[in-house]
Write a protein that binds this ligand. Structure first.
Ligand code: BTN
Length: 244
């Protein structure tokens, strides 16, 4: 059996920079890109002391989670993190056997709780995609107040195999995405999302919209049916509304 360090990360990842702890793989990747590192490349850490989430939030990053920033040349950048969410969602379902679901725009949920998040930064003609997956010990999450997150604890070998699986899923999706854009993924994205008709609350600029999930556009916008009208959202955050 190959030793853990012999488990090869697929070529699409490019040169892999691995760290035990970093403030953020994302800021490290930006530094490397600005220093002229050739693309693609990946920065992977076991923990982050200042992980960045979407919408200016912090990303809880204890030891044992998966923290990847993958830098690549991008000819197309429309709903790029949503295309990568498809790859991550597929890898999670396959690797864990659990039913992973995408919550628009690019959260991956298991049993209604967040397991993984994705963000992307476009820098000139390149993109740095940040992927965070909770694979740390469950003790860590119980200490995290008000948690709506879930973790699947993995050994360090499983964690590495899982990273390989993620890049294996990214590879074909990325190639297709770079030819055709997100339009080619709308159906697949919807099929991995909560069922259409699910009640969502969408908050945008501090305003809440209550409606039902009615689809995704070719640009990756969320369609929400609100009082018989279809509203379109290009940014925002959704929560699932449970019926009593
Ligand atoms: C989200 O808020 O849902 C997106 C979270 C993305 C976190 C990842 S972890 C790897 C990379 N480095 C960071 O600092 N953030 C991203």
């Amino acid at each position: 059996m190959a030793t853990e360090s012999e488990i090869k990360i697929p070529d699409i990842a490019g040169k892999v920079f691995e760290f035990s702890v970093l403030p953020s793989t994302q800021t490290k990747a930006v530094e490397l890109l600005e220093a002229g590192e050739s693309l693609p490349f990946s920065v992977i850490a076991n923990a982050q002391s200042n992980g960045a989430g979407r919408l200016g939030r912090n990303w809880f990053s204890p030891y044992g989670g998966i923290y990847i920033s993958w830098a690549a040349e991008a000819k197309i950048f429309d709903a790029e993190p949503m295309a990568i969410a498809i790859a991550v969602c597929r890898a999670i379902s396959e690797y864990t056997g659990k039913d992973a679901v995408i919550k628009w725009p690019n959260d991956i949920m298991i049993d209604g709780k967040k397991l993984a998040g994705i963000l992307a930064q476009k820098i000139d003609g390149n993109v740095i995609t940040g992927i965070g997956i909770n694979t740390f010990d469950s003790d860590a999450i119980s200490k995290y107040a008000g948690s709506k997150m879930v973790t699947i604890s993995l050994s360090s070998r499983q964690r590495r195999e899982f990273i390989v699986r993620i890049f294996e899923e990214i590879e074909p999706i990325w190639k297709k995405y770079q030819k055709l854009g997100f339009a080619a993924f709308v159906e697949q994205f919807i099929s991995l999302s909560f069922p259409q008709g699910t009640k969502f609350r969408v908050s945008k600029n501090d305003i809440n919209f209550l409606g039902t999930f009615a689809g995704i556009t070719e640009k990756g916008e969320l369609l929400l049916e609100v009082n018989g009208e279809t509203e379109k959202f290009s940014a925002g955050e959704i929560s699932i509304v449970m019926d009593n």
